[in-house]
Design a protein. Structure first.
Length: 262
C-alpha cells in the first residue's frame, strides 16, 4: 500500500505534491523547492530554497533525506535504504542521505543507503552510473556490516566509480572515472585514480569548481597569464592603448589621431 501511494504521489501535479508533503507527510518543503515525478518513501524530508529532485528517481526506505539550499538530485537514480530485515540486524546505522548547500547527485547512479551518505557543500557524485555501497558482508564472521560514506566540501566523484562502505572522499579532491574507492582517502586538493584509488597528483586551489557559490569563483591571482599581462600594460587606469574608451590625443607621445574624411 505504501508503494502504491508513493507512485500516485510521483504522478501528482506539483501543487498537490506540496499539499500532501506538508499536511499529510509533514515534510519541510521550501516554497521554491521542486519535486519531479519520482517515487519517494521517506520518513523525514527537508528541502531548502531552490533544492530539487528530478524525475524517474526511486528513493525508498530512508529515515531522512535532507537537502540544503540549491542541492539537487538529477534523474533516474536508485537510492535504496533498509528499514528492517527479518534475520540480519545492524544496530547503530542511519539509513539517510544528507546533501549540504549546492551538493548534487547527477543521474542514473545506484546508491545503497543501509547507512548514511553525506555530501558536503557543493560536493558532487557527477556523471552517471556510479555505485555507492554502505553495507557489505564480512566473510570471516559471516555477517553484514555497514559504514557511512562521505564526500567533503567540493569533492567530486566522476562517472562509473565504486565507493565501498566506510569510505570518505576528502574536501576539494577529484576521483577519476571508473575508480574504486575501498579505503578512506586522506589528502585534500588531490586527484585520485585507479583500483584501488590512489593519489596521482596534487590539484591547484584555483580550480573554478572549488570556488562554486563564492562571490568571486576564482581568486584574482589565478587569472590566466595573458590577462595578467593585459592588466600590466593597462596600468592603474585599467585602459590599454587599444581601448576605444580612452581619449586619444594628437600631442607628441600620444596615440595617433585617426584620419578624417575629406
Amino acid at each position: 500500500m505504501r508503494m502504491a501511494f508513493a507512485y500516485l504521489f510521483a504522478l501528482a501535479p506539483l501543487p498537490l505534491k506540496r499539499f500532501i508533503a506538508r499536511h499529510l507527510y509533514k515534510w519541510d518543503i521550501h516554497p521554491t523547492a521542486y519535486i519531479g515525478p519520482s517515487v519517494l518513501t521517506v520518513r523525514t524530508l527537508s528541502m531548502g530554497p531552490g533544492a530539487s529532485i528530478g524525475g524517474r528517481n526511486v528513493i525508498t526506505n530512508l529515515d531522512e533525506l535532507r537537502m540544503g539550499e540549491g542541492a539537487t538530485i538529477g534523474s533516474g537514480n536508485m537510492i535504496k535504504g533498509w528499514w528492517d530485515h527479518p534475520t540480519q540486524k545492524l544496530p547503530g546505522r542511519n539509513p539517510s542521505v544528507h546533501l549540504a548547500e549546492g551538493a548534487q547527485i547527477a543521474s542514473y547512479h545506484y546508491i545503497d543507503c543501509v547507512d548514511a551518505l553525506e555530501l558536503g557543500r557543493h560536493a558532487a557524485i557527477a556523471g552517471f552510473r556510479s555505485t555507492v555501497l554502505t553495507h557489505s558482508i564480512d566473510l570471516v564472521r559471516d555477517k553484514y556490516v555497514s559504514g557511512a560514506v562521505a564526500l567533503g566540501d567540493y569533492a567530486v566523484v566522476m562517472s562509473g566509480c565504486l565507493l565501498s562502505s566506510g569510505t570518505r572522499i576528502p574536501a576539494r579532491s577529484v576521483v577519476a572515472a571508473g575508480s574504486v574507492v575501498s579505503t578512506r582517502l586522506t589528502e585534500e586538493l588531490t586527484f585520485y585514480r585507479g583500483n584501488p584509488a590512489e593519489a596521482v597528483r596534487p590539484l591547484p586551489e584555483r580550480m573554478a569548481f572549488f570556488h562554486r557559490g563564492a562571490p568571486c569563483r576564482v581568486p584574482p591571482a589565478a587569472a590566466p597569464p595573458r590577462d595578467r599581462e593585459q592588466a600590466r600594460v593597462a596600468g592603474p587606469s585599467g585602459l590599454s592603448p587599444t581601448s576605444p574608451s580612452r581619449p586619444r590625443s594628437g600631442r607628441s607621445g600620444g596615440w595617433p589621431v585617426p584620419e578624417t574624411a575629406p
